[in-house]
Unconditional design. Structure first.
Lengths: 514, 572
């Protein structure tokens, strides 16, 4: 009883004001002033609460125009058009067959023959020799009635019983029946119900009129607050079990959220961010990393080359000379070198950065701090066929650690820290590995709760052939973490391309548990 | 690097060695031993006994075969190097191989030996061919630096000659063909000629190996003769030859083959190479050849690199049981690699071998102790601030690929032929969909809009990411810029909406700005602006041109904003 909707209150009060009549919906529309849709809603609710009951039901037959009828109103009914054509032919002396009428008026044969049949029966036309139609000059009551009905029903539907009998007969003859839908009129039955208050309804209405309508409101408004009028209001209770309407939040991309977390972890471990360029020279991308120019991984199939310009103008000195010498003879780095003729032109060749280590090389040459820790989250490009495990470009999380205390054991210690901080892994395995620019090299495997043993990253001590030419005299750890698989598990996706999805709904719904 | 296929039985027999009965090795044990060779077990087939193993080290081609893997493991089990008599200086040679003058212009070097007494089995032949292919393909860079030929020894009459001939002067029946062909015909018709012809292309004379009777052995590095150069199961006298462009690589490759065949029971007899010019091996030398030199290494160098005072004894044991020859004298070690290896460039290479031989688990991790301060770059800090503000303005963040197509970045944006259509393009394009780097972010976001007509509106999205803008003044011909791109798409999206976002964003960043009218093909004329701040253009915004929307098949109006974050820093 508490939660009567304002619409329900209105209907209850309207019914109680006319205790002796049983109003229909039409009556109630007038007395409540509600929209028909609101009214029928309120009546449904009140019936469901047994506050009102159906008093009586009556069936009313309603006549209305069909789309065919609308067409007749626009262009006249076939019977009128046939009659008019016959009259016109009579005046001009032309002979007129049924086929002529069909062709001239563009009417259906069945409509024409039905019209002719009616007109003949009423004596308005004659059918003479050769199947020609002649007007008798008499009027057709059917045609007249048809015109009146089209005119009348054009304004809306009307109860069938209010039409005079001749009209009613024509109407019923030309109403849509089963099997013949191309008729101008239709007759529908409408059930009209009248309603009365139940005794509970009467009680409710009495209480309402006695207590005054503590008007129920759905929305608290500034006006209600300003005037204090909310004190006399009842706030309608909501059905709060309904599903909330969907909204879109402004939010970070879940993969970026993951990378942000990695970034935060690295900074909190004392790493400084470094940045590089998407386009690099082979020099920084590979030569400076002591990858010989004949190295298989430098083949055309692993790197994207830039079309224009093809080469950088120059490689800064003294790095070009030093790197050339270390490749050729190991000069300065206590190494034998690779023993081949270094191609300085090749060093200038522009490529799309294929490894984040290029950024590390530039940082070392730029005068890195000792001790120093650096990281970059760099977009890299590999000449790979794009599939579920290879994206055209991807993020590499890489970095370096410089320090007099750096050796193989501190390298393992750092990797342990990564395993714990970045992957929350308790179990770690170190395996011998190969990278062209580190020696010794390590692959770190961790036990992931869902994936089991997985490779988390690779690392090693930069070869002196890398560090010495760049002017660094302390040992340097180079490390890289392969986090994409971890991110994919956290995001519940199985295709690396989905990390770069272009589907807004997918991105909106994706959520990560990091 | 390479992944090879081998038979478990074969591997077990080679690990046991010729004098011992092979026994079944559990896979777990095998996987642990594979750490010695940086190998990873990629797959097993219990029915056929096949093992697939990936070898990582591109400087250890000796490990890219069943024999090499087994050898490294067997040495560990023996605790000492295996000695191969044929590497010792000796005068006894099987025959001579004479290099003709002029070879240095095309393919100067050759090495060869005879291997007698190993009867080739089906499994053994498969392994020989696999090793030949992997070495020539990866180590020899598709036969350019190194290629290998295997022959039946018996028909060959020594001395063998390695010389140059005119392409039409010699004919022989190559492997895989029924008929006799000239070298020119082989290059044009034979599959191997078509595949590898480029290596010797452009020369009017081609390399050829012939015996004393003029029988052709092979046309290196293309194809062997069918008569002599086809080894079959059951053969027990073999001739092995390696040609190439690098003397050390050629010698090393033959050493690997000789060691492999010796491990399978063959007796290796060297061949004398006679060169018309002096090489680092002289004018005459025998192959296989042990050309490594001892290296003196202070013990402390190893100990300090590993962070562990292992002591001379432990280091010596570790290296010996990894195949090294070691002489220790106090705090100094003289170490020498076995002849089938040539990857000792620096002390650190020895350091790693000590660690691998000991096992990485031998070394307890220690935390680096020195204090450093972590920080983000100023650019990243600015980018993060902008991202947070965009999120606050109810934009969804997007991450897109930077590589894409000219079609998307320029053509669809109506930019072809304009100054805005300059992009960094890739030379070796794999797919037209990935042929260049984006020069701005808006196309990436319109791509999302295209795919998202069923996502409820409004669509507000942004990306803070990198783009590459061609710039002649830059070292590498382009600048990498960090940009903010934002797009709003819905039925009522208009200039004012995105303008408000820009206005608020730059208010919080404390960057007063003005908008100047901009004529830009991607935007509706009169509804686009250049964002100018402190006298510099820092971005643009506008209502996306309906034709652009049509190109992208976008059915709602869209507005876009593009801001160069670097420029918010430069003169800040």
């Amino acid at each position: 009883m508490d939660n009567l909707h304002p619409l329900e209150t209105k209907v209850l009060l309207a019914l109680s004001e006319q205790p002796d009549s049983a109003p229909t919906l039409d009556h109630l529309t007038e007395s409540t002033g509600l929209e028909p849709s609101q009214l029928s809603m309120a009546v449904e609710w009140l019936l469901a609460k047994s506050l009102i009951a159906v008093h009586a039901e009556s069936v009313v037959r309603l006549a209305s125009l069909t789309p065919t009828g609308d067409g007749y109103f626009e262009k006249y009914s076939p019977i009128e058009r046939v009659l008019s054509a016959a009259r016109e032919a009579g005046q001009t002396g032309k002979r007129l067959t049924i086929q002529d009428i069909q062709a001239k008026e563009g009417l259906e044969p069945s409509d024409v023959s039905k019209a002719v049949g009616n007109l003949k029966k009423e004596g308005a036309v004659l059918i003479v020799q050769g199947g020609c139609i002649e007007s008798t000059g008499r009027t057709s009551p059917t045609a007249e009635a048809m015109r009146a009905l089209l005119q009348e029903l054009r304004n809306g539907q009307r109860e069938l019983h209010t039409f005079a009998e001749p009209l009613r007969n024509v109407l019923q003859q030309h109403a849509v029946k089963r099997g013949n839908t191309r008729e101008p009129f239709r007759i529908d039955e409408r059930v009209t119900r009248s309603y009365v208050l139940t005794s509970a309804g009467q009680d409710a209405a009495r209480r309402l009129s006695r207590d005054g309508v503590a008007e129920e409101v759905s929305q608290l408004t500034p006006e209600l607050l300003k005037e204090g009028a909310w004190r006399n209001k009842r706030f309608r209770k909501y059905t709060i079990s309904l599903r909330a309407p969907r909204i879109a939040a402004g939010k970070r991309h879940p993969y970026r959220e993951f990378l942000d977390l990695v970034k935060l972890k690295l900074v909190s471990m004392g790493f400084q961010e470094m940045r590089g360029t998407l386009v690099e020279t082979e020099f920084w991308n590979m030569d400076a990393l002591f990858m010989p120019q004949f190295h298989p991984a430098r083949d055309i199939h692993d790197v994207y080359f830039v079309k224009e310009p093809t080469h950088a103008r120059a490689i800064p000195e003294p790095y070009l000379t030093r790197v050339t010498q270390v490749h050729e003879k190991g000069t300065g780095a206590a190494s034998t070198g690779w023993g081949y003729a270094f191609d300085a032109d090749r060093a200038k060749r522009l490529v799309l950065r294929s490894q984040g280590t290029a950024v590390s090389a530039r940082t070392l040459a730029g005068g890195a701090s000792v001790p120093g820790k650096y990281f970059s989250i760099a977009r890299c490009f590999r000449y790979d066929q794009v599939d579920a495990t290879h994206a055209t470009d991807f993020f590499q999380v890489e970095g370096i650690v410089l320090g007099a205390d750096i050796n193989f054991r501190t390298l393992l210690g750092l990797l342990n820290l990564f395993a714990r901080e970045v992957a929350q892994a308790k179990e770690v395995k170190f395996l011998p590995a190969y990278f062209p620019f580190t020696e010794p090299s390590v692959e770190m495997h961790v036990r992931h709760p869902q994936l089991g043993w997985m490779e988390l990253g690779g690392a090693g001590l930069f070869r002196p052939e890398v560090t010495t030419p760049l002017g660094v005299s302390v040992p340097v750890i180079a490390w890289g973490l392969g986090l994409d698989r971890m991110a994919m598990v956290a995001l519940g996706i199985h295709d690396i391309r989905d990390l770069f999805s272009a589907d807004l709904d997918f991105i909106r719904t994706m959520r990560g548990s990091f | 690097m390479p992944t090879i296929s081998l038979q478990r039985d074969d591997l077990e027999a080679l690990i046991a060695g010729p004098d011992h009965e092979a026994s079944r090795i559990p896979l777990e044990q095998l996987e642990e031993w594979l750490m010695l060779v940086k190998g990873e077990l990629k797959g097993t087939n219990p029915e056929t006994g096949e093992l697939r193993i990936e070898l990582q080290d591109s400087n250890r081609p000796d490990l890219w075969c069943c024999e090499g893997i087994a050898r490294q493991i067997r040495i560990k089990l023996l605790g000492t190097a295996i000695s191969y008599p044929f590497f010792k200086k000796q005068t006894q040679v099987y025959g001579k191989l004479v290099v003709a003058p002029g070879m240095d212009k095309i393919r100067p070097y050759v090495a060869a030996c005879a291997a007698v007494g190993y009867r080739v089995t089906a499994a053994g032949l498969t392994q020989l061919i696999q090793t030949q292919e992997k070495l020539a393909d990866i180590f020899g860079r598709r036969r350019r630096s190194v290629s290998i030929g295997l022959y039946r020894l018996a028909p060959i009459v020594f001395p063998v000659s390695y010389d140059l001939v005119k392409p039409d002067d010699v004919r022989f029946a190559p492997l895989g063909m029924e008929t006799v062909m000239t070298l020119r015909e082989i290059l044009m018709v034979h599959p191997k000629g078509v595949e590898y012809g480029r290596i010797v292309g452009g020369h009017d004379r081609l390399p050829l190996l012939r015996d004393a009777k003029g029988q052709v052995l092979s046309f290196p590095p293309i194809i062997n003769s069918r008569e002599i150069g086809e080894v079959r199961v059951g053969d027990h006298e073999l001739f092995v030859e390696v040609t190439g462009t690098d003397l050390s690589m050629v010698a090393l490759t033959l050493n690997i083959f000789a060691a492999n065949l010796a491990d399978r029971g063959a007796v290796i007899t060297p061949v004398e190479i006679q060169s018309p010019v002096k090489t680092k091996f002289g004018r005459r030398w025998n192959t296989p050849i042990d050309f490594g030199t001892p290296r003196a290494i202070p013990l402390t160098a190893i100990e300090s690199a590993l962070g562990e005072a292992l002591g001379g004894k432990e280091v010596t044991t570790a290296l010996k049981s990894y195949g090294y020859e070691v002489k220790s004298a106090g705090k100094k070690l003289a170490v020498r690699l076995p002849p089938y290896r040539n990857d000792l460039l620096h002390t650190v290479d020895v350091v790693e071998d000590v660690a691998i031989s000991e096992g990485y688990a031998r070394f307890a991790p220690v935390m680096p102790s020195q204090f450093t301060v972590g920080s983000l770059s100023r650019l990243e800090q600015m980018a993060d601030r902008i991202r947070h503000l965009m999120v606050g303005m109810e934009f969804q963040e997007i991450i897109s690929n930077i590589m894409g197509s000219h079609q998307d970045f320029c053509t669809k944006m109506r930019l072809d032929g304009t100054e805005w259509a300059k992009v960094v393009e890739v030379d070796n394009v794999m797919s037209m969909s990935y042929a260049c780097l984006r020069q701005w972010i808006t196309p990436s976001l319109l791509q999302v809009e295209t795919n998202s007509s069923r996502a409820f509106y409004p669509h507000r999205m942004f990306e803070v990411g990198e783009a590459a803008v061609p710039d002649e003044a830059a070292d590498v011909g382009s600048r990498t810029v960090t940009m903010l791109g934002a797009v709003i798409g819905h039925a009522g999206a208009n200039f004012s909406e995105i303008h408000s976002c820009l206005d608020l964003l730059l208010y919080y960043l404390d960057r007063p700005f003005t908008l100047e009218p901009l004529v830009h093909p991607s935007f509706l004329d009169g509804r686009a602006g250049r964002i100018v701040s402190r006298g510099r253009t820092i971005g643009l915004l506008g209502e996306v041109h309906p034709e652009v929307l049509e190109h992208w098949q976008i059915g709602v109006p869209a507005v876009a904003l593009e801001l160069e974050i670097d420029r918010l820093l430069d003169d800040a």
